[in-house]
Design a protein around this ligand. Structure first.
Ligand code: NAD
Ligand code: UDP
Length: 323
């Protein structure tokens, strides 16, 4: 293996910190850039003493000059409550962040991977969602700052590729969960686990019949790294996620059962534009990357719950009041 200089933007976040772990273990020279909006240094504290890891506090809406061979662009708030807190900033992070990493890739002749999202499909009316589906996004709703920001970033990636022959990769990530999710990010897995562990009511939005498909973090990181290593002709977008769909009610019941909690399920109003169903078609990733998720939901939830049992919630600063 040749040692590469790898930049991970958003590298202190949930997915980014697991990716940094894998890259450092593989012997690469890793630079993690983060402004800690939705994360804490704690996620990468164990890497700080490693000679091949470097942490820079920086906001990707401002330019940054580094010499690198590969870039994983993950910097962006990902939980609805976080990205809706300052929607203009969210859009700037996606768009200016993309322009800055693409400029860096052009200058350094680096390869650059964009962490896009299933939200580019909006509230889909095609199931499961293949990459060819163009989506059903409300461009003026509360989720638009994230959905349209990520769509614009995909556009920029493809245009830089066509105009400037930048070596790009685009992956569309579906709901992913695991250790190091922020306990106050308001996402469904972290909310349900936190509530179940504390014996509080578990909050189902709407009637709980909406679905998501949950991928365990180790599987997802493996998919991202395979995509980076794939032949240059595979620019994507490629869906990465678990094709097994569950309703939020089933998820709540499973978490309460694994935790052994006495929490009750309670119903709250459904947020505007909340997608009714979401499930990836991963035929392309299977065929081109030889990738599919391996971790069953019960096993991944057990590991995530174990992590949540080991942390002290009071050690975490809630990034926004929305959880
Ligand atoms: P996360 O919030 O834990 O990580 C995002 C990281 O980006 C955080 O460390 C945050 O502090 C940092 N960040 C935010 N704005 C920044 C800015 N302006 N400058 C520098 N750093 C900034 O979320 P995550 O789940 O790890 O998501 C990582 C990426 O993957 C995001 O781009 C997200 O859109 C994408 N994604 C994640 C999922 C998922 O289910 N986890 C699904 C689809 C897409
Ligand atoms: N959800 C819920 N209770 C919560 C948090 C979320 O029922 O406490 C629902 C939410 O309405 C959505 C699904 O769980 O239908 C997934 O929400 P999340 O915020 O994790 O991610 P999304 O896939 O919507 O971006």
């Amino acid at each position: 293996m040749s040692i590469k200089r790898v930049l991970v933007t958003g590298g202190a976040g949930f997915l980014g910190s697991h990716l940094c772990d894998r890259l450092v273990q593989a012997g690469h020279d890793v630079v993690c850039v983060d402004n800690f909006f939705t994360s804490q240094k704690q996620n990468v504290a164990h890497l700080l003493a490693r000679p091949n890891f470097e942490l820079i506090r920086h906001d990707v809406t401002h330019p940054l000059f580094l010499e690198v061979d590969e870039i994983y662009n993950l910097a962006c708030p990902a939980a609805p409550g976080h990205y809706q807190y300052n929607p203009i900033k969210t859009m700037k992070t996606s768009v200016l962040g993309a322009i800055h990493v693409l400029g860096m890739a052009r200058r350094c002749r680096a390869k650059v991977l964009q962490a896009s999202t299933s939200e580019v499909y909006g509230d889909p009316d095609v199931h499961p969602q293949p990459e060819s589906y163009r989506g059903s996004v409300n461009p003026i709703g509360p989720r638009a700052c994230y959905d349209e920001g990520k769509r614009a970033a995909e556009t920029l990636f493809l245009d830089y590729h066509r105009m400037n022959r930048i070596n790009i990769r685009v992956v569309r990530i579906f709901n992913t969960y695991g250790p190091r999710m922020h306990p106050f990010d308001g996402r469904v897995v972290s909310n349900f686990i936190r509530q179940a562990l504390r014996g509080e009511d578990v909050t189902l939005f709407g009637d709980g019949s909406q679905t998501r498909s949950f991928c365990y973090v180790d599987d997802l990181v493996d998919g991202m790294m395979r995509m980076m290593g794939a032949p240059d002709t595979l620019v994507g977008p490629v869906n990465l996620g678990n094709p097994i769909e569950v309703t939020m009610r089933e998820l709540a019941e499973r978490i309460v059962e694994i935790v052994g909690s006495r929490s009750k399920l309670v119903y709250r109003p459904i947020p505007q534009d909340d997608p009714r169903r979401r499930c990836p078609d991963i035929s392309l990733a299977k065929r081109e990357l030889g990738w599919e998720p391996r971790t069953p939901l019960a096993e991944g939830l057990a590991k995530t719950i174990e992590y949540f049992r080991t942390i002290r919630f009071e050690d975490f600063r809630a990034p926004t009041p929305n959880y």
